[in-house]
Design a protein. Structure first.
Length: 363
């Protein structure tokens, strides 16, 4: 019969063996790879999934293959123009060869950070402060290229580098603020002076244009007034000529008796007027003789022949020759319309001249 101690010992050995066998099971995650070292000798790289190694005598180190973010601590850097500046950065790295990352460097993370610090100090030391503040992208590219080249033998790739903060010393910042303030004041003064200059030019140009338009308006009004007076004089003269023509044509058929009656009527109207003195451009006795002849008591005078219309036109000319061409209402309207068109063209030309002068003044 087996003793209980023996049974317990067997059970313990079995459990211990199972436990030892279980320790040889290695599960590698999808974003990892593992370095398998047996008795101090590199065997292989374990891929994601289930892997079994010799228990107790094997060493397995897992490496993360995802992009890792490393912070470069802030450090004081002296620029080329001797301006102390605090600079820090962020580095994005990725393990591309787990074997090199494990065997070529003790700690690739720390090594990458220290290398970034020294490289950043060297790059900024060759640049002036203004370039450091305005050329961050250039610094990022130079730092990334340097790190990528140096970490390639470690099986690590520098994917990106970003300068996070550039903080000059307080005295330098104060001097920069004063310089910026002075520059803004200078630009404001320049803009203000330029605005005053443009305003003065525009004001002078406006006054000039107003005077030109005023003078042009006066000239055009005088032209229109003179043209109107000319037309009025022409029409008045033609009316007077037509009146005389009508009187001459109407008086031609009258005989001596009718003329005598008209003369008496004229003398009567003169007597009824308020004037106490008037001059008659003919002898009154001739009028009296006409009256006596008209009444049949005077001496006989040969009758006055009625002048024929053709004889009158032959003597004084035709009505068209005497009056000349009389413009119709349509012709007068057309002439005034053409005058307005000419005035509009002159106003437009004067405005174009003023606009050209204003543009030249602004330039």
């Amino acid at each position: 019969m087996v003793e209980p101690i023996t049974i317990a010992l067997v059970i313990f050995v079995i459990i211990a063996a199972i436990a030892i066998l279980i320790t040889g099971i290695k599960i590698v995650k999808p974003y990892e790879q593992a370095i398998y070292v047996l008795l101090g000798t590199y065997k292989r790289t374990l891929n994601p999934g289930f892997n079994y190694v010799f228990p107790l005598i094997s060493e397995v180190t897992k490496l993360d293959l995802r992009t890792q973010v490393l912070e470069v601590p802030s450090q004081e850097v002296i620029t080329k123009d001797n301006s102390p500046t605090h600079v820090d950065a962020i580095i994005y790295i990725k393990v591309i060869d787990p074997k090199k990352a494990y065997f070529e460097v003790t700690n690739y993370r720390s090594a990458t950070v220290y290398l970034a610090q020294t490289t950043l100090r060297s790059i900024i030391g060759d640049m002036e402060l203004d370039d450091v503040l305005s050329s961050r992208e250039k610094i990022n590219l130079r730092l990334r290229d340097t790190l990528d080249e140096a970490t390639d033998k470690w099986g690590v790739r520098a994917e990106a580098v970003e300068i996070r903060e550039v903080d000059p010393a307080p005295k330098v910042k104060q001097a920069m603020e004063e310089q910026t303030s002075s520059e803004r004041l200078r630009r404001a003064a320049i803009l203000r002076a330029d605005g005053d200059k443009r305003a003065a030019i525009l004001s002078a140009e406006g006054s000039k244009r107003a005077r030109i338009l005023q003078a042009e308006g006066v000239r055009q009004s005088k032209v229109v007034e003179a043209e109107g007076e000319r037309l009025a004089i022409i029409l008045q003269s033609q009316g007077e000529a037509q009146k005389l023509r009508i009187l001459s044509v109407g008086a031609a058929p009258l005989d001596s008796k009718a003329l005598t009656v008209l003369s008496l009527q004229t003398m009567q109207s003169l007597g009824e007027s308020a004037s106490t003195k008037w001059i008659v451009p003919f002898e009154v006795t001739k009028v009296m003789e006409g009256m006596s002849e008209y009444m049949g008591v005077g001496r006989q005078t040969p009758p006055r022949d009625v002048t024929d219309q053709k004889d009158i036109e032959a003597a004084v000319g035709s009505p068209a020759d005497i009056l000349g061409p009389i413009p119709s209402h349509d012709e007068l309207r057309a002439e005034l319309k053409q005058l307005e068109v000419d005035m509009g063209k002159e106003v437009k030309e004067s405005e174009e001249v003023g606009e050209t002068g204003r543009i030249k003044g602004v330039e």
